[in-house]
Design a binder for this molecule. Structure first.
Ligand SMILES: [Zn+2]
Length: 143
């Protein structure tokens, strides 16, 4: 049995045959390995997460969603739920849109504040945290 430890979440994947690329069952990231050695960091590991929050927030993680883009959309267009559409949470986006339109803009103030807070949170959280919370979640209205 070969053991491959995920560089992101530490989850260990077992395989009876040697692997070059391992897909983590826990966080969904893919990482490269060489003959069962420790996972390689850096070059050639484009599918992995940024290792820290200080990385490029506009780079996309394994989900293909950019934390920076989602955060900017939340801050600028939060009242219209545009960031939810971007994240694939169309139901939540439609709810924001309808609330804003039906209330003649009254709900927009609240949703704008909510979007601002979400945007700031997205900028400060890690790529993995962002994806787990907003992309991979089963919640129809993740906050
Ligand atoms: Zn993992």
């Amino acid at each position: 049995m070969n053991e491959y430890k995920c560089p992101v979440c530490g989850n260990v994947t077992y395989s009876s045959s040697p692997l070059i690329k391992v897909k983590c069952q826990n966080c969904g990231c893919e990482y490269n390995v060489n003959g069962g050695n420790a996972p390689q960091q850096g070059m050639g590991n484009n599918n992995g997460y940024q290792n820290n929050t200080g990385g490029d927030v506009f780079s996309t993680g394994p989900s293909g969603k950019s934390r920076g883009v989602a955060a900017l959309l939340a801050i600028l267009l939060g009242a219209l739920g545009i960031h939810y559409f971007y994240l694939g949470k169309n139901t939540a986006g439609i709810i924001c849109l309808i609330l804003t339109l039906l209330s003649c803009g009254i709900a927009a103030t609240l949703l704008s504040i909510m979007g601002l807070v979400q945007g700031i949170l997205m900028f400060t959280m890690s790529e993995q945290e962002f994806e787990n919370r907003y992309v991979y979640t089963n919640s129809t209205f993740p906050f």
